[in-house]
Ligand binder design. Structure first.
Ligand code: CMC
Length: 393
């Protein structure tokens, strides 16, 4: 074991070189391909940002048109795939459905297995970006017992998602441009975050030369956990619990400091950000803007603001440099858009998809890539002889 360095949780281990996202956790800086997240959030749209992450440059007009139309061509899912949904229980978690159906894309598009066929890889990228919102919206329709709504390719990416979620054959859904704008911003700020748990998973699985669909399906599984993307769902559940408990945030801050009970403030803390999370700042102000515009008075937003204020004054949180992260305010926006809590992490997955793809693609383009295979320090028994059943206690 002499040569093995142990770094549990990979706190200080670089797994790769990457030119996609720059993050300075001390200064609260996040840039995609050199562009500050604040500028992209204010000026770009999600599909353009996806292009930037995957191909390294903002697209010119022709590249943007080709990319957008390539995605539009693939928004429907194979009719046979719809029957999968009949097999899932109605109360199935949409993240479980998302990961299963994305994994199943390899069964429908078997050419995607050939990683040396660049054209196939490109088509797989279009398919994933185009179909993920459709697969996601169908999981919601399934839970509601409503018929699936086909995508509408005349709509923008975010408008189309809202249409598939909320239209019914009996009633059209009037898309509020403020809703589409808020969703667009949330997807952009989630689009990449260098070597986080789900992205590292995508790279890990992809390093064995597994195809793109299989790798992304694994990433969705990793994102689901409450310490990662699942924190947005867990955070809103927590805010609701506090609101129903009279809004007594001090009690919950005290609980979060007590290590015995296992309770943590969801949406608080980050492995890398030790000053502030720039995504949380952007989302908080967008949240405030949206609620004001809609004239909505969400008690959870008040609880969240109060919780942030009390925690940030507290020695425990100051010492450990714990700040609100991307998941702290995003749920309040999703609620304002009418999106149910179980779908929050699904939206995170739609947002993070371009980042996963960009990393998978970067890894395969790097001739130095080897299969990811960490080592361990063995702590089990030393050698011993097999015991016959009758000799065992
Ligand atoms: N509430 C209370 N205490 C906390 C929290 C929290 N949310 N987060 C960290 N701590 C404490 C932790 O107990 C530890 O204390 P001590 O040094 O006394 O043992 C110290 O702060 C360091 O925490 P850690 O768990 O060693 O830090 P980590 O880098 O391993 O974990 C984290 C980072 C994000 C998993 C963690 O902060 C956490 O569990 N936060 C709540 C879940 C959450 O919001 N996750 C979303 C992360 S951002 C989006 C994403 O990645 O998907």
């Amino acid at each position: 074991t002499g040569l093995i360095t142990l770094d549990e949780g990979f706190v200080n281990t670089g797994s790769t070189r990457s030119a996609i996202t720059f993050l300075d956790g001390e200064k609260g800086v996040l840039r995609y391909r050199g562009y500050p997240i604040e500028q992209l959030a204010a000026k770009s749209d999600f599909v353009e940002t996806a292009y930037l992450l995957i191909y390294g440059e903002l697209p010119n007009a022709e590249q943007a048109n080709l990319f957008r139309s390539g995605i539009r061509d693939h928004t429907m899912i194979h009719e046979d795939m719809r029957s999968f949904y009949n097999g899932f229980p109605r109360d199935a978690h949409p993240m479980a459905i998302l990961s299963s159906v994305v994994g199943a894309l390899s069964t429908f598009y078997q050419d995607s297995m050939d990683l040396n066929d660049e054209k196939q890889v490109e088509v797989s990228i279009y398919r994933l970006i185009a179909k993920l919102p459709t697969i996601a919206a169908y999981s919601y329709k399934k839970s509601m017992g409503q018929p699936f709504i086909y995508p509408n390719n005349d709509l923008s990416y975010c408008e189309n998602f809202l249409h598939m979620m909320f239209a019914t054959p009996a009633r059209d859904y009037m898309i509020d441009p403020d809703f589409a704008e808020a969703l667009n911003l949330l997807l952009i700020v989630h689009a990449d975050h260098e070597q986080n748990c789900s992205t590292s998973t995508v790279r890990m699985v992809g390093s064995s030369n597994a195809n793109l669909f299989a790798s992304i399906s694994a990433g969705i599984g990793a994102l689901w956990g409450p310490l990662h993307g699942g924190a947005n769902e867990a955070c809103v559940n927590m805010l609701e619990r506090i609101a129903n408990d009279g809004g007594n945030v001090e009690k919950y801050v005290a609980m979060a400091k007590d290590k015995e009970n296992g309770f943590r403030l969801m949406g608080f803390g980050h492995r890398v950000y030790k000053n502030f999370d720039p995504r949380a700042t952007i989302i908080r102000s967008s949240c405030e803007k949206l609620l004001n515009k809609l004239n909505l008075d969400d008690p959870l937003f008040e609880v969240a603001q109060k919780l942030e204020e009390v925690a940030l004054r507290d020695e425990y949180f100051i010492e450990r440099k714990l700040y609100p992260n991307v998941d702290f305010y995003s749920g309040v926006i999703y609620r304002a858009l009418g999106i149910p809590v179980a779908m929050f992490t699904v939206l995170f997955a739609i947002g993070r998809l371009p980042g996963w793809i960009a990393h998978w693609r970067e890894m395969h383009a790097n001739p130095g890539t080897r299969i990811n295979r960490p080592r361990q320090i063995y702590t089990g028994s030393t050698e011993r002889d097999f015991l016959a059943l009758e000799d065992r206690s």
